[in-house]
Structures are given as structure tokens and as C-alpha cells.
Write a protein that binds this ligand. Structure first.
Ligand code: HEC
Ligand code: HEC
Length: 473
């Protein structure tokens, strides 16, 4: 970021005109003589200007270096144009001044014109941030996120229902988690600057305390509009074997997914171009990109990689369910769970829940039509099929399913027991004899036990871990 320069009535371009003093041609006659007709030319661009809504800004935009090399014809005139709006800024010659009215990026185009009407131009951004934004506070030593510094636990390599957790890892070889990459991702994830009005971060909807989901049925986006679906819990996103994201799998990779909320007009309401200009106007992103990727270049590809690394690092390993495992051996539920929780764990398998909510990370194996409705109103991934996020921390999410229709786990269990609706796309696993919707005939006892089991998947260490917490405070 370029520090703001407060000019005290300095004439436009008074410094750039000294770059080719007339004496050069006089004392060194061998130097090629600058042609008398040389036009204005841009020698270096203006850097992005950081400003704040409500705080006056003043800047001499000829400083970027629109040079004029013909000493005889000095006296460039400057004009600045703003787009899409001036947002409270005005320009007199090369002097830009004013008080930004609202958060956003204004593109300023400065044009220098010489006596012959020839021009040179430069475009630069004035980024007006909302007032009072904080900078992140990060630990001196990086938190552990990578598989080397935070190894996955033994129960992820042991057989659970449907196989091992490790076999479902969707991490691409081109974007392995590193401690510095996920640290950058953490900052991005919690930074309200990723939204058009600087008010909404990813973490405003994916709330750590709620298992990185939202208890609201639908979440509020940047302009107060509601999201089209319920916010997914994103812990264990790394272990959806199909590697596709959103309830309807419309993002083919996590790297693709993470840039979409930023550009979604309801959610964060930005363009990637605006995003990159805003990141460039802060002081803290360049060092974080440097640490994560080896150079300080800010690119949206790197934003995507870092956010995906951070999301994949959010792995639930600290629930009561996990504590039933010691080392590589099978689970010792008897030694860890209450009698009711043990009963629930057994019903979870016998009722077929674990066939879809598979492995020791309870992640869905595929998209399924679960018969929520007889008539499909949201086709999801086609035929009313949806993926389910990992059931880790599901109890903290408060509302359930892609539309947030259920408000308790007891309601969810009741639905699977008696409420599955016939529809042409209904999954075979939820059909009974003759293809009719399955009725589980669970006792009240079984249903309460199932809810108790779902509660053992709550991972308080994860929902309170400093390494996933908001660094902007
Ligand atoms: C305004 C609320 C909101 C914000 C802000 C938001 N999300 Fe989401 N997120 C949602 C909703 C709603 C869904 C489900 C949408 C759907 O599937 O159609 C979702 C889905 C996801 C998923 C898919 C999970 C899965 O298992 O398929 C990921 C990953 C995710 N968001 C990450 C992010 C990241 C990263 C950011 C910030 C760049 C972010 N979200 C910002 C509401 C939000
Ligand atoms: C055929 C596969 C399948 C079976 C069997 C199944 N589920 Fe699901 N489950 C899903 C899918 C898919 C979703 C997401 C559905 C949606 O939102 O439209 C889901 C959603 C859920 C949710 C809500 C998750 C959230 O984040 O909102 C819970 C809780 C749940 N299931 C528990 C169970 C239990 C308990 C059983 C056994 C009684 C069970 N499931 C059986 C596939 C299945």
C-alpha cells in the first residue's frame, strides 16, 4: 500500500519535471537529445490508495510519474475522472481530495495533456473502507494446520462404516494444506473486507460456535437479503469423497466453491477485481501471501487456494465419539458412552443412517433424495438429491436440512422414522418392501438414543479452538 501523501499546495508534477533537467543535454552532448516533440509518457503507475469512509483524503496523483520529457514545453495540465461514481471525491488538476461517502472501490483515471494536446493516462484505485475496521492479530509462531504439524488421528485410518476417513480425502496434490497457507485462509475467512460493505465475513454465516454453520433457517447477506438455502456446516468438508460443494454439488472443487460466496450478489456482493484491489489496499495481506506462496503477488487464484486450505483444515477430531478410539484399535464405546449413547450408536448403524452418513467422520457418501417432500420444489443436484455435510457438530447447527426446515434433532429423527415421502427420485436406501417409503418403527427409546448419539458428535474443542477463531479482535 502506498501511504497517503498530504500535499500542501504543491504544483502538479513539480517533482517529475526534474527527472530530465535541461542541463543534461548541455553537459553531456553525447547523450541522445530528447526530441522536442516527445509526448507525455507514464513512467510508473500510482499505487492503490487506502481511504476510510468519513475521513478526508488528499493525494497528488501526478506523483505516480507521468513524465514529460520536453523541457521547452512544460506545463502539463491534469484532469482526473472517477468511475463508477466519485463517492465524495473531487479533483482539481492532479489533486484528488474529498471524504469518501460509502465503502467501495473508485477507479480514478488521471490524464496529463501537453500543449500539443497529447496525453498520457494512469488508472488507479481509491479503496474506501468502512470506518473502524480492525487489523488481524496473529500469533508469533504459526498455528498448526498441515498434516505434518497437526497429524490426523488414528481413527481416521481405521475402518468405519463404509471405509476409512482417509480414503475420502478430496485434497488435490496441487493444494496441500500448509501452516502459512491456512493462516492466510483464516484471515480471509474472518475478514469483513471480503464483502461489498465491509460488514460480512465468511464467518458471519459459518459461525465457529455453531459448528461453522448458522442456526438461522436462512442467513442474511450483504444487503440484508436471505440466502437461497440453509448455511452448510463446513467441518470435515475435506472428507466428502466426491469433492463437490454446495448442497447441490454445483461447485466441482472446493477451490472453485470458496470464490463463489464472495461474488454472490446476495451473500458478499463483490467482484474478484474489487476484492483484489481491496486486499492490496491493506498492510497485512502482502506479508501473508509472501509467507504462504513465496512471493507477495496478490491473485484470486491464491485467495482460492488459501481459503480452501483453511476450510480443509477444519477437521473434527475432538468429539466424544473420537474419544472412544484409542490408537489404531476399534472403538471402545462401552468405555466412553452412556448406555443411551451406546444404544444410539447401534441404532445409527442398524437403521441405515451410517450407510449414507458414512465413515468415522459421518460425511455423506453421495447425493441422495431423502423423500423430504412428495412433490419436489428444489431439484438440488437433480431429482431432489442433496449432499449432507458431516454430522459433526450437527446438534449446534439448530436448524437442519438444505432448507433449514427442521428445528430439532428429534424432528429429524421423527422424519426418518415415519415421515419419508414417496417420490420418483426417492433413494433406494429409504425404500422398504415394494419400494414404499421406509418406516423404521423405532421405539421412543431408540429415537431418544439416536438423538443422544448425534450429540456425541459435538466437538467443543473445535468450536473453541484459537486457530479457527476470529483474528480481527
Ligand atoms: C451470507 C451467508 C454466507 C456467507 C457470507 C458465506 N457462506 Fe458459505 N454457504 C452459505 C450457504 C447458504 C451455503 C449453502 C448454499 C447452497 O448449497 O446452495 C454455503 C455453503 C458453503 C460451503 C459448501 C459446504 C459443503 O459441504 O458443500 C462452503 C465450503 C462454504 N460455504 C464456504 C464459504 C466461504 C469460504 C465463505 C467466504 C468466502 C462463505 N462460505 C461465505 C452461506 C454463506
Ligand atoms: C439415503 C441416505 C441417507 C440416509 C439413509 C440417512 N440420511 Fe440423513 N441425510 C441425508 C441427506 C442427503 C441429507 C441432506 C438432505 C437435505 O438437506 O435435503 C441428510 C440430512 C441429515 C441431517 C441434517 C444435517 C444438516 O446438516 O442439516 C441429519 C441430522 C441426519 N441426516 C441424520 C440421519 C439419521 C439419524 C439417519 C438414520 C435414521 C439418517 N440421517 C439417514 C442422507 C441420508
Amino acid at each position: 500500500m502506498m501511504p497517503l501523501m498530504l500535499m500542501a499546495g504543491m504544483g502538479c508534477g513539480s517533482d517529475t519535471s526534474t527527472t530530465t533537467p535541461a542541463t543534461v543535454t548541455l553537459t553531456t552532448p553525447t547523450t541522445p537529445v530528447v526530441p522536442a516533440v516527445s509526448a507525455p509518457a507514464l513512467v510508473s503507475t500510482n499505487d492503490v490508495i487506502a481511504a476510510s469512509v468519513g475521513t478526508p483524503v488528499r493525494y497528488d496523483a501526478s506523483k505516480g510519474g507521468i513524465a514529460f520529457t520536453d523541457p521547452a514545453a512544460r506545463g502539463l495540465t491534469y484532469a482526473i475522472a472517477f468511475s463508477p461514481t466519485n463517492n465524495g471525491l473531487t479533483a482539481v488538476g492532479c489533486d484528488l481530495a474529498g471524504t469518501p461517502a460509502s465503502p467501495g472501490v473508485t477507479i480514478a483515471t488521471i490524464t496529463a495533456t501537453d500543449a500539443l494536446g497529447r496525453t498520457a493516462t494512469d488508472r488507479f484505485a481509491v479503496v474506501a473502507f468502512a470506518p473502524g475496521l480492525l487489523s488481524p492479530t496473529l500469533p508469533a509462531a504459526l498455528f498448526a494446520y498441515s498434516d505434518v504439524s497437526a497429524p490426523l488421528p488414528a481413527q481416521f485410518s481405521s475402518q468405519g462404516p463404509g471405509g476409512t476417513v482417509l480414503a475420502t480425502d478430496n485434497t488435490p496434490a496441487t493444494n496441500r494444506i500448509t501452516d502459512a497457507g491456512a493462516t492466510l485462509g483464516r484471515v480471509l475467512f474472518h475478514d469483513p473486507r471480503l464483502s461489498a460493505n465491509d460488514k460480512l465475513a465468511c464467518s458471519s454465516c459459518h459461525i465457529q460456535a455453531f459448528g461453522f454453520g448458522d442456526t438461522a433457517k436462512l442467513s442474511r447477506g450483504v444487503n440484508g437479503g436471505l440466502t437461497a438455502r440453509h448455511t452448510s456446516g463446513i467441518a470435515n468438508a475435506r472428507f466428502y469423497a466426491r469433492g463437490r460443494f454446495f448442497w447441490d454439488e454445483r461447485a466441482t472443487t472446493l477451490e472453485d466453491q470458496v470464490l463463489q460466496p464472495i461474488q454472490n450478489p446476495v451473500e458478499m456482493g463483490m467482484t474478484l477485481d474489487t476484492l483484489m484491489r481491496k486486499l492490496a489496499a491493506t498492510t497485512y495481506y502482502r506479508p501473508l501471501f509472501q509467507a504462504a506462496f513465496g512471493t507477495a503477488d496478490l491473485t484470486s487464484d491464491r485467495v482460492s487456494k488459501a481459503l480452501a486450505q483453511y476450510v480443509r483444515s477444519i477437521v473434527s477430531t475432538g468429539s466424544k465419539f473420537d474419544r472412544a478410539f484409542t490408537g489404531n484399535g476399534p472403538a471402545n464405546f462401552a468405555g466412553t458412552f452412556t448406555a443411551q449413547e451406546q444404544q444410539g450408536e447401534s441404532v445409527f448403524r442398524s437403521a441405515g443412517c451410517a450407510r449414507c452418513h458414512a465413515t468415522n467422520a459421518q460425511v455423506s457418501d453421495d447425493v441422495h433424495n431423502t423423500g423430504l417432500d412428495a412433490t419436489i420444489t428444489d431439484v438440488g443436484a437433480g431429482n431432489g438429491r442433496f449432499k449432507a455435510p458431516s454430522l459433526r457438530n450437527v446438534a449446534l447447527r439448530g436448524t437442519f436440512m438444505h432448507d433449514g426446515r427442521f428445528i430439532s434433532l428429534a424432528q429429524v429423527v421423527e422424519f426418518y422414522d415415519t415421515g419419508v415421502q414417496a417420490n420418483p427420485g426417492l433413494d433406494n436406501r429409504l425404500r422398504g418392501n415394494g419400494g414404499t417409503p421406509l418406516r423404521l418403527n423405532l421405539s421412543a427409546n431408540d429415537k431418544a438414543a439416536l438423538v443422544a448419539f448425534l450429540n456425541t458428535l459435538t466437538d467443543v474443542p473445535l468450536t473453541t479452538a484459537a486457530k479457527y477463531s476470529n483474528p480481527f479482535r
